[in-house]
Design a protein around this ligand. Structure first.
Ligand SMILES: C[S@@+](CC[C@H](N)C(=O)[O-])C[C@H]1O[C@@H](n2cnc3c(N)ncnc32)[C@H](O)[C@@H]1O
Length: 260
């Protein structure tokens, strides 16, 4: 698996560092994130958890905007390596989201961006519910690669994304599953979507190159990339659905989907 991944890196020439890639992704999502965080009342939130913070592409923004402290959590200690001063967070914690190393009801906002995709959401969301205070909010921006729209067909890579993410241990269709996962954990759930189409970002090839690609998939990616280079930009559509979730922990437990 590691050999395939290394080959993928070489052939697709990943030019940006993981932090730079995640920063680009964070920029792409800035407007949507701003809407969700404002709705969640970030300015008055005192205790925020950045769940699966990775190299901290959003941590600093959370720290700047909140009215209290931010704890950045990731299960890979190496994720914090590139950040000076813990990306502006009060604390960086190395821990597993399935067993959060915090007491009950200590957070009032949990933030996740492209993180639940990599986790066992069925185990993590009840943990989020446990550490949140009543009326605390979880804001999650998570993709659904199963719903990708690409045009023209010569540039389509949806199947490669789905297969490679699955092979890497992620759930590529996590977006569509999250509303019910949050509702079952006692949250009231609101789901929004991106309100506009963005030009396709070349950085997505670098993200793809970081996944364990088979030699066959590497060839497919190269030929799709070559086709994209020959296609006028205005003719290209690459749309990745993002589930923009605001999940409020309600004492009544009235979620989107009723168990009765
Ligand atoms: C794609 S990165 C997202 C980084 C960041 N949220 C962002 O938007 O730039 C997903 C992160 O989740 C972390 N992760 C995956 N499973 C985890 C778990 N069970 N507990 C804690 N962190 C986990 C990974 O180490 C990785 O850094």
């Amino acid at each position: 698996m590691r050999r395939i991944q290394k080959l993928g890196y070489l052939l697709l020439t990943a030019s940006l560092s993981p932090r730079e890639l995640f920063q680009q992704q964070a920029e792409w999502l800035a407007a949507a994130r701003d809407r969700l965080l404002r709705r969640a009342g970030i300015g008055r939130r005192k205790s925020i958890l950045d769940l699966g913070c990775g190299p901290g592409a959003v941590t600093e923004e959370l720290a700047r905007r909140c009215g209290g402290t931010v704890v950045a959590l990731d299960h890979r200690a190496g994720a914090f390596g590139e950040g000076a001063g813990c990306f502006g967070a009060s604390r960086c914690v190395c821990g597993d989201a399935r067993r959060l190393p915090f007491g009950d009801g200590v957070c009032d906002l949990v933030f996740s961006q492209f993180s639940l995709l990599w986790m066992d959401a069925g185990a993590v969301v009840p943990e989020i519910a446990r550490v949140l205070r009543p009326d605390g909010v979880c804001v999650a921006l998570e993709p659904d690669y199963g719903g990708m729209i690409e045009h023209p067909p010569e540039i389509a890579l949806q199947q490669v994304w789905v297969d490679a993410l699955t092979r890497a241990g992620a759930d590529p269709c996590i977006g569509r599953k999250l509303p019910s996962v949050f509702a079952r954990a006692g949250f009231s759930v609101q789901v929004d979507f991106l309100d506009r189409l963005f030009p396709p970002a070349a950085a997505r090839y670098d993200l793809l190159a970081g996944l364990p690609l088979t030699p066959e998939e590497q060839k497919t990616v190269q030929s799709r990339r070559a086709a994209e280079e020959k296609t006028p930009g205005a003719e290209i559509v690459v749309f990745l659905p993002l589930f923009l979730i605001t999940a409020t922990k309600s004492s009544a437990g009235n979620g989107l989907i009723s168990d009765t």
